[in-house]
Write a protein that binds this ligand. Structure first.
Ligand code: ADP
Length: 510
């Protein structure tokens, strides 16, 4: 208090004024500072609001992405199921070649796996009319309506035949509207079932509700399935065609076999009659011929009186011709006996080389006469083989005799024998006039003689090769000839190494 007494009021006012100024200065400073702080806070707040908005946006994006992901997952699951169903269907239908079985295998549960409410497979029948083969989710009336409407809609059919696939996943068209009306589905895929020869039918799948609209993926899946069905149906149809052709062929073969069997029977009957006739005639001819030959011989001896030279000459001719006739008759009798199985084949083991050597000895005069070279080559492994010695000797005499007859002087005749599996193959080769390819197939026919220069002058019956063939066949062998005109001929025949046929016994009195 004492202090106020000593300070004059002016000073006091000055002090108070100074204090007030200081306080207001401090206040101003404080307010400025607060203001700055407020501004900072405001900017932070703004930042926070912005961040909040950003976070909100991001949250919304995440929710949206999540929804999309869920949707994509659903779509993926659907496609996976569809693909599994497609794979199962493909596997099932590609392993059958029966059309009915194909549609039995595409059953309703399989269709359901594809994930569509409505499924329909229509296929053309033989009258080219649509027929329902598989259906799911359609009523009878609806199917009836679809069959009639589609059958009558030439334009839609043509578009399908051209390979067009219709789907509600693509842009709406007039045809799509039509399909919605025909099939009574809001969402659909309608695809043709095609094969190489055109359209076999159609496949339609669909859903009624908007929640299950079809996608481009569905369209692809259904078109693959339709292709698979088309391929399986085509395979089944081809198999059916092949099977039917084979049935026809088989019945034709059976008919032909029957005809051939009866023709063979007829030929056998005729051949038997011919053999019997030849045999009877030959027997009848042989007796008087023997008498003629006998009388001619007696006359030639002169015992019945001297005969002039000119008569002797004619009697000699009668004798020679009678010999030829006897030979011919004997050949004919042998052919008919072997043919009818009445000839006796006495199978015994004989050395082939010795037999051929014997034939060579018999024919040596003729060989010498024409100065024909004779060679023989027999495989070391060939020793004794089962045969009727006399008959096989006849075969060699005929073949070598012919070879001599049809080979010019200085020629060569070669006889070879070698083992070919279970047979011995013999070849008689000459360097003679040869035989033309037209004559070769007829060579073994009875009385067949080739028209050539030698045959014009040399007598023959045309029975030799026929008899040879019969003998070889009676031994279960085969005979054939190869030849080149003017170069030579080879006769080939086979004989079994082991006997596999029983002895044939000649009936008494034949
Ligand atoms: P033939 O000798 O009595 O005429 P074959 O039946 O033995 O009767 O022979 C039939 C025909 O086959 C002969 O006329 C002859 O034209 C032909 N031929 C047979 N063997 C030969 C051969 N080695 N070379 C050429 N032609 C042959």
């Amino acid at each position: 208090m004492d202090l106020f007494y000593y300070i004059n009021p002016q000073t006091l006012f000055t002090i108070i004024g100074g204090l007030l100024l200081l306080i207001s200065g401090l206040m101003t400073f404080f307010l400025i500072d607060k203001n700055l702080e407020c501004k900072k806070l405001q900017s932070d707040l703004n930042k926070l609001v912005r961040s909040f908005h950003e976070i909100d946006e991001q949250a919304k994006l995440i929710v949206k992405t999540d929804l999309e992901l869920n949707k994509a997952q659903e779509e993926l699951d659907k496609r996976l199921n569809g693909l599994e169903a497609l794979q199962k269907t493909s596997r099932l239908i590609s392993t059958t070649l029966d059309e009915i079985e194909i549609f039995t295998r595409i059953d309703k549960s399989l269709m359901m796996d594809l994930g569509f409410e409505k499924n329909l497979i229509l296929v053309y029948d033989s009258a080219h009319k649509f027929k329902c083969r598989v259906d799911l989710g359609f009523s009878k009336e609806e199917i009836e309506h679809i069959l009639i409407s589609l059958q009558n809609d030439e334009e839609l059919q043509s578009a399908l035949k051209a390979g067009n696939i219709f789907s509600s996943a693509t842009q709406a068209t007039l045809k799509n509207d039509k399909i919605i009306k025909i099939f009574r589905v809001a969402h659909f895929v309608l695809t043709p079932i095609l094969c190489k020869n055109g359209m076999l039918g159609v496949l339609c799948v669909g859903n009624r509700s908007d929640a299950s609209a079809v996608t481009a993926g569905d369209e692809e899946l259904i078109s693959i399935l339709a292709n698979q069905i088309g391929q399986s149906l085509e395979n089944a149809q081809l198999f059916e065609q092949v099977y039917r052709s084979s049935q026809i062929l088989e019945s034709k073969v059976q008919d032909r076999t029957k005809q051939l069997a009866s023709a063979l029977e007829e030929v056998q009957k005729i051949s038997k009659t011919k053999s019997e006739f030849i045999s009877a005639v030959s027997h009848e001819l042989r007796t008087p011929l023997t008498s003629i030959k006998g009388y001619a011989s007696i006359l030639m001896t002169g015992k019945l009186g001297e005969i002039p030279e000119s008569v002797h000459e004619r009697l000699d001719k009668i004798n020679k011709h009678s010999d030829n006739l006897v030979k011919m008759i004997n050949d004919l009798l042998d052919i008919s006996r072997i043919e009818s199985g009445r000839a006796e084949m006495r199978f015994e083991k004989h050395k082939l080389a010795a037999l051929i050597e014997n034939v060579h000895d018999i024919l040596t005069p003729q060989l010498r006469e024409k100065n024909i070279h004779w060679t023989i080559q027999i495989d070391a492994g060939i020793d004794e083989i089962p045969m009727d010695r006399n008959q096989i000797e006849r075969v060699f005499i005929n073949l070598v005799g012919n070879a001599i007859k049809f080979t010019p002087p200085e020629g060569t005749i070669t006889v070879t024998a070698r083992i070919d599996e279970k047979m011995v193959q013999v070849e008689v080769t000459d360097t003679g006039i040869g035989i033309s390819s037209e004559d070769l197939p007829k060579l073994f026919d009875e009385f067949y003689r080739v028209e050539n220069d030698i045959n014009q002058y040399v007598k023959g019956t045309g029975l030799g090769l026929s008899l040879v063939k019969k003998i070889i066949e009676a031994h279960q062998g085969k005979i054939w000839a190869t030849s080149e005109p003017n170069k030579g001929t080879t006769f080939h025949f086979t004989l079994p190494l082991e006997k596999n046929i029983p002895d044939q016994t000649l009936p008494e009195g034949s």
